[in-house]
Design a protein around this ligand. Sequence first.
Ligand SMILES: Cc1cc2nc3c(=O)[nH]c(=O)nc-3n(C[C@H](O)[C@H](O)[C@H](O)COP(=O)(O)OP(=O)(O)OC[C@H]3O[C@@H](n4cnc5c(N)ncnc54)[C@H](O)[C@@H]3O)c2cc1C
Length: 457
Amino acid sequence: MKHRSPWIYQLNHERPLSTLKEDTKTDVVIVGAGIAGISTAFFLLRDTDKNVAIVEKGKLAHGATGHNAGQIASYFERPFYELADEFGLEKAADAQRAVESAWELLDLMYAEGGLNIPVSRFLGHAGFSTFDQIIRHLKDNECRRRAGIKTEEMRIADTAPFVKDISPEYSGLYEIVPHKTVLEMLQTEDAEYMAVLSYQKGCLNSALFCQEIVSYMAKKYAGRFALYEQTPISRVSLHDGHAILDAGNHTVTAQKVILCTNGFEGFSIINQGGLEINTKFHHLVRGMVGYMSAYIETMNKPPIAVSYFPAENTNTTNDPFAEDPYFYLTRRPFEFEGGGQSNLISVGGPEFSLENRGMYDSELDYPEEEKKRIGDFVKKTYDPDPNKKIEYQFTWHGLMGYTPSGVRVVGEEPKNKNLLYNLGCNGVGILPSIYGAKRIAAIISGIKLPPSIFDPR
Ligand SMILES: Cc1cc2nc3c(=O)[nH]c(=O)nc-3n(C[C@H](O)[C@H](O)[C@H](O)COP(=O)(O)OP(=O)(O)OC[C@H]3O[C@@H](n4cnc5c(N)ncnc54)[C@H](O)[C@@H]3O)c2cc1C
């Protein structure tokens, strides 16, 4: 199967690319033109008077941003109670509110950028089939309630055999409803799902979003903004008060460097006259490959996002990160082959661990077994009509680098404050990247921010 992402498909492939052709100077240089780099440029241009250049080794939004599931979600990929254990309840709650604030930042980017590309917002759902799954999420909700942040709505089927075993400490955090209600909310007839958890979610083509924001910034900030594509950075040298970046035959000199590279691969950082900056942290970043398939349908239903946690453990990797494998599905309006608006049903399955991130080949064909795994799930749970043959127009994969804390790293490098980060892909990165962008602009504006769980350590 060919590796083809629907998000890249929708980009303008005639857009002229501009590479770095001479040495250049700017106030702030951003490395990486995914959603983190583009959003960081947006808020820096908007909230400061700095000149900003982005350098990208490949093409705009062709990294994780062009190969994700395009679901807008505000959760961390670690239970909230674990974050509270590690960082304290207050800091965990601040971080949750911070990520939620990115919904408004996204609206602001849409409004100021005059964007008219589709974005949907709705109540998203997760379906659970086992007692353990339900209890884990109730525990999370109980911790949210203690932290004073919004809880997620849990509905449990009255037919679930374990209803009587739920501890009284979770009372008030769930509602018992007919099994039929759970299944209707999950848009399935698959009776193994016994509970549904609901929270605000949305859908966005984050690559198309980046393209449109770049086009806005190029017009609005014509004298202050530049994007250089196909310009890999091999070295960042930090000097007193400025940095020099090696980009092939040329250099970029800037006062501040912001790494939005989704990791530390392929370049070195030299802190001239200062302490060595330990980029070895990236060895701790776990590489997980996500596989996705998508098909086109008539546009006869509204957008949704639903995750399904089956009872059967389909984890074949023995990877502790994949202990609770699930399928995640979105349905959204999508323009395909000039045929007007259709719905795109896009489905991701369990992720697979890479021992070594370097082994990921972004050009690799899509494995047949992943297509079958996702196809079997769709037939069992979402689209069971035996007479319907589903043809997948898109099959793609992408690399998620999980930081050890599961939290995006945003802020100044403690050993040299001219180097900043907005990075750490994780599985949920759209809202965190946008929040990180606003936070970076505040830091560069000189605003003193309280410590947070996003701070580089
Ligand atoms: C399969 C999959 C599904 C996902 N689903 C979702 C989802 O539904 N919702 C969600 O919120 N998040 C999701 N994510 C995560 C989300 O896509 C990422 O967190 C987000 O796109 C990260 O954006 P980024 O800008 O940090 O990284 P990227 O988009 O990867 O951008 C980094 C850029 O840096 C460039 N770069 C790296 N090194 C250099 C260098 N030396 N010189 C110049 N340029 C360099 C790269 O070429 C790249 O373009 C998913 C990710 C994957 C892989």
